[in-house]
Design a protein around this ligand. Structure first.
Ligand code: GLU
Length: 465
């Protein structure tokens, strides 16, 4: 491999959702390009015209943008390049590296059956025709692939993988209707985009051998190959719906932060010693495709939750407030003006052990409730005459208190002393009237979150008028 600038790419087919495996492939391509000072490109493989709707393309673009893995240049759309793919096929034909195959569908079916019975791949009699052919008859164009020897893929992840050429048929380059096939399009596009490193899922490992034949026939330099293992579910089986989530959008909907997912995916099949948490810059400085593990990686929700909590605790409260509001709105929870202020006070106090933004949305409800709070039966049972009277006196102390955590803690402690009772005598009732029975932080944190005027009003509401 000559010392060219590294160019990586991802080449997703728009299917309507973006698989988490595609996200990891994107991340590894992105990291490798950052590590080497190279370029990271995107090609949309949209030749399946039925599936490749505008919406399906948007899912990919949105997914990459959410992940923070946008390409360095505008995406290449494979379908728009069909003429160029045809040109290469005809070039191969002109140079004797491809041939016209006139087998009819029936003949092909028969040949397939014969080949299966004889334990060999399909071979076309048109590879070496006797005499001139009539190009006006329907035909496909096939690559004249080597039939002897072996094709070696020096894979950066899998090691050396050897394919016997006798096991590979002459792949079709252009179909009868003149449309280019998948393998041709991939090779021509990768070549024209200057791709030096093809880092992709190992479901494409077999294609690497066939694609190598096209590179060789064109006299083009083959890229460095790196085929990444699949991501499996926690049980070691192929990731599927029953494992909870597979699409990038689902992770977003489940309240994971993109930086947490990036960190998590980087750890999935690659890692830097025992480091669990690292920044993008660190990952980019350390990443080497050769260190990726060849065995399938397993999704581990506990680890992802742990990482997500780390990034939730690091996130700017303004950003979290926006995310939480979106979740609340999606649940038809009425978000009011002024709630942002409440959220900014509350979020830092409730995000300690919380795994996702959805849990964070549950954790702020107590502060956003509107008066008068509808107290659950259990809370009302706490409000005996004695306790109500005590809360009335406490309310006066609170009114005179500074509204900071230490001051409020001191006020509550001092009040308990003055009353000659433990905090347990009125704490649970105070919590209940403040939170309406929703989960809430400790008393001082709850008071701070709700704010002074609102806290005092909620206490007042619970007292007899
Ligand atoms: N379009 C292929 C896919 O979505 C990827 C092809 C490639 O990376 O070469 O699986």
């Amino acid at each position: 491999m000559s010392e060219r600038q590294v160019v990586t790419r991802i080449a997703p087919s728009p299917t309507g959702s973006m698989h988490i495996g595609t996200a990891r492939t994107a991340l590894f391509n992105w990291l490798y390009a950052r590590r080497t000072g190279g370029k990271y490109l995107l090609r949309i493989e949209d030749t399946d015209r039925e599936r490749s709707t505008e919406g399906a393309v948007k899912v990919i673009l949105d997914g990459l943008s959410w992940l923070g893995l946008e390409p360095d240049e505008a995406p290449v759309f494979q379908f728009t390049r069909a003429d160029r793919h045809r040109e290469v096929a005809l070039d191969l034909l002109a140079r004797g590296r491809a041939y016209r195959d006139f087998m009819t569908p029936d003949e092909l079916t028969e040949e397939r059956e014969r080949a299966r019975a004889e334990g060999r791949v399909v071979r076309s009699p048109w590879r070496d025709p006797e005499g001139p052919v009539d190009a006006s008859r329907p035909h496909v164009i096939r690559l004249r692939a080597p039939q002897e020897g072996a094709t070696r893929i020096d894979d950066q992840v899998k090691g050396e993988v050897v394919f016997q050429n006798v096991d590979l048929d002459d792949l079709i380059l252009l179909r009868t209707d003149g449309t280019p096939t998948y393998n041709l399009a991939v090779v021509v596009d990768d070549h024209d985009m200057g791709v030096t490193h093809v880092i992709r899922g190992d479901d494409h490992l077999n294609n690497a051998a066939r694609q190598t034949h096209i590179y060789q026939a064109m006299g083009w330099e083959t890229p460095v190959w790196a085929h990444l293992p699949m991501i499996h579910g926690p049980d070691g089986k192929k990731l599927s719906k029953r494992h909870g989530a597979q699409a990038v959008g689902e992770f977003d909907d489940m309240g994971y932060l993109p930086e947490a997912l990036r960190n998590y995916l980087a750890k999935l099949g690659w890692g830097h010693g025992d480091d669990e948490i690292f920044s993008d810059a660190e990952a980019a400085a350390w990443f080497d495709i050769r260190d990726v593990v060849g065995a399938p990686a397993r999704l581990d929700w506990d680890k992802l939750n742990h990482l997500n909590n780390h990034y939730l605790r690091k996130a700017e409260p303004e950003r979290l407030a926006g995310l939480v509001k979106t979740v609340l709105q999606s649940r038809d929870w009425p978000v009011h003006e002024g709630d942002t202020e409440t959220l900014l006070r509350t979020l830092p106090l409730v995000r300690e052990g919380v795994p996702t933004v959805l849990d964070l949305a549950d954790a702020v409800i107590f502060a956003l409730r509107r008066r008068p709070l509808d107290l659950p039966e259990k809370a009302r049972a706490l409000l005996t005459d004695e306790t109500q009277a005590r809360l009335g006196r406490l309310s006066i102390s609170l009114e005179g208190s500074e509204w900071t955590v230490p001051a409020l803690e001191a006020t509550i402690r001092g009040f308990a002393e003055t009353e000659g009772v433990g905090i347990g005598k009125f704490g649970p009732a105070l919590r209940a009237v403040l939170s309406g029975g929703s989960p809430a932080p400790d008393l001082a944190g709850t008071l701070i979150s709700i704010g002074k005027a609102e806290s005092l009003a909620r206490i007042q509401d619970a007292l007899p008028n």
